[in-house]
Design a protein around this ligand. Structure first.
Ligand code: AMP
Length: 226
């Protein structure tokens, strides 16, 4: 399972930074396999694979799956044929231990992390993005303070029922969870900065300008290899 590997892009960003959306755009435009560990875990849980059974409990509690399990799953994915053309990693690594294993795994395949673009969004903006979600009592129709406000505050446009916030979408809860995740992200950002592959992009703007900046940041770094 030491097939070779092409370009490797590690996309970094906090929850709410728009990483998933940008990962889709970038992988398509750059012809890279989009490898999202969260998606791989969700598929494993759905298919009830042995790995999925282990992962489920952790995911349900909102905890990270242990590194050994995560890395086993990633290795399997990297062994698939489409990875040879290059990969865009989304959701991995989540800590420096995973980053170190990734370096070793890639070195075995004659590769390395070519570039780690980081979509930077200030914490206050993340809380506003993540904490602005409202749902209607009658039909579960979703709203957002910033991106999709209801016509009348607190009332569903569709069925007129009251809007409420799920406990885990309230700003205080969002902030507490975010703090933990930002700490781990910071360590990973510093890891790639120290290796000279980090490229920071201002994520406070709309999807298109952020995508353009990410593409500009990735292209020169990955263009050096063939
Ligand atoms: P995500 O869609 O990236 O938010 O991931 C969903 C869940 O999958 C996370 O809450 C973790 O339980 C698990 N997960 C995804 N990626 C990793 C990773 N790199 N390390 C450990 N657990 C992960």
């Amino acid at each position: 399972m030491t097939a070779s590997i092409g370009r490797v892009v590690v996309l970094l960003g906090a929850p709410g930074a728009g990483k998933g959306t940008q990962a889709q755009i970038l992988s398509e435009r750059l012809g890279l396999a989009h490898v999202a560990t969260g998606d791989l875990f969700r598929a494993a849980v759905r298919d009830e694979t042995p790995l999925g059974v282990v992962a489920k409990g952790y995911m349900d509690r909102g905890e990270l799956v242990p590194d050994a399990v995560t890395i086993e799953m990633l290795l399997e994915r990297l062994g698939q044929p489409d990875a040879a053309a290059g990969i865009l990693l989304d959701g991995f690594p989540r800590n420096t231990a995973q980053a170190e294993v990734l370096d070793k795994v890639l070195a075995d395949k004659g590769g390395r992390v070519d570039v780690a673009p980081y979509i930077e969004v200030p914490e206050a903006d993340l809380v506003a993005r993540l904490g602005g979600r409202w749902i209607c009592r009658a039909g579960g129709h979703p709203y957002h303070d910033q991106t999709k406000p209801p016509k009348t505050p607190g009332v569903c446009d569709i069925d007129g029922s009251e809007l409420y916030q799920r406990t885990d979408d309230r700003p205080a809860t969002v902030q507490a969870r975010l703090r933990q995740q930002l700490g781990a992200l910071d360590a990973v950002v510093n890891y790639y900065r120290s290796r000279g592959v980090l490229r920071t992009v201002d994520g406070r703007r709309s999807i298109e300008p952020v995508a353009d900046d990410l593409l500009a940041a990735i292209a020169p770094a990955t263009g050096r290899r063939n």
